[in-house]
Write a protein that binds this ligand. Structure first.
Ligand code: ZN
Length: 219
C-alpha cells in the first residue's frame, strides 16, 4: 500500500513555496488568528466539485470567510435518503456547531453533473443507469429537478441552464427536510439563498422568490 503513495511532483513543491513567499503579512496574521481563535465563517456554501467554481473567490472572500461543502452537481439529498449522511454531516457541523447564519446553494453553468443528470433522465446515458455507477446513483437525487424542469421549461430557455437552476431549488427544498435547518430558518437565525454562477463571465445570479427567477447581481 505505502509503496503506491508517491512524493508530490516538483512543480507542486515549487508552487507551494512560491505561494508561501508571496503571502502578505495581513494574510499570515489572519491565518494565525483563525487557527488560534477558531473559525466564524459568514456563510456556508453547497457547491459543485467543478474546478471552475470557486465560491469564496466570486464573493471576494478571504481565508475563514466561507465554509464550503462540495459534491457532484451541488445536490442535497432529503433527510431520509440513503445517501444523505455526508451532506447532512457537513450541514450539521456548519449550522449547529459553527452557527453560520447564511447558507448558499451554488449551481453553475456547463455543469458536467447536471449534463449527466439530463442524459440519465432522458434515457441517453445507459452507463449511468448501471447500479455500479457511483455518479449515476448520485445523480438520481436530481431526478425530481429534471421532472420540474420539463414541466416549467420556457420557450427559448436552455434546458441545461434550466436544470442547473431547478437543481438549486430542489437542493433548497431538501435542506428544509432537516429539522435543524427548518427550525433555524423559522427562528430567523439562518437565511437560505439560491445562486447560479456563469463560469465564463464569473457573474453570479441569485434566486428571487418574488418573481421565481434567478437575477444577476451585476450592478
Ligand atoms: Zn458542476
Amino acid at each position: 500500500m505505502m509503496q503506491q503513495i508517491q512524493p508530490l511532483p516538483a512543480d507542486f513543491v515549487r508552487d507551494h513555496n512560491a505561494w508561501q513567499a508571496q503571502r502578505s503579512q495581513e494574510h499570515k496574521d489572519t491565518a494565525v488568528q483563525l487557527a488560534d481563535e477558531g473559525q466564524t465563517p459568514k456563510a456556508m456554501v453547497v457547491g459543485c466539485c467543478d474546478s471552475r467554481v470557486q465560491p469564496a473567490e466570486v464573493f471576494n472572500g478571504d481565508i475563514g470567510d466561507f465554509f464550503v461543502y462540495r459534491n457532484i452537481a451541488n445536490a442535497v439529498p432529503p433527510v431520509d435518503h440513503p445517501q444523505a449522511v455526508s451532506t447532512a454531516a457537513a450541514l450539521e457541523y456548519g449550522l449547529t456547531v459553527l452557527n453560520i447564519p447564511h447558507l448558499i446553494v451554488m449551481g453553475h453553468s456547463r455543469c458536467g453533473g447536471v449534463q449527466g443528470c439530463h442524459a440519465l433522465c432522458s434515457g441517453q446515458a445507459p452507463e449511468l443507469e448501471s447500479p455500479d455507477s457511483f455518479v449515476g446513483n448520485w445523480l438520481q437525487i436530481l431526478r425530481p429537478a429534471y421532472e420540474r424542469m420539463q414541466r416549467e421549461l420556457q420557450p427559448g430557455q436552455d434546458p441545461l441552464v434550466a436544470l442547473e437552476q431547478a437543481s438549486v431549488l430542489q437542493s433548497l427544498d431538501h435542506l428544509l427536510t432537516h429539522d435543524f435547518i427548518r427550525t433555524r430558518v423559522e427562528a430567523g437565525t439562518l437565511a437560505l439563498h439560491g445562486t447560479w454562477l456563469d463560469i465564463r463571465s464569473g457573474e453570479v445570479s441569485a434566486y428571487d422568490p418574488q418573481i421565481d427567477a434567478f437575477v444577476s447581481l451585476a450592478a
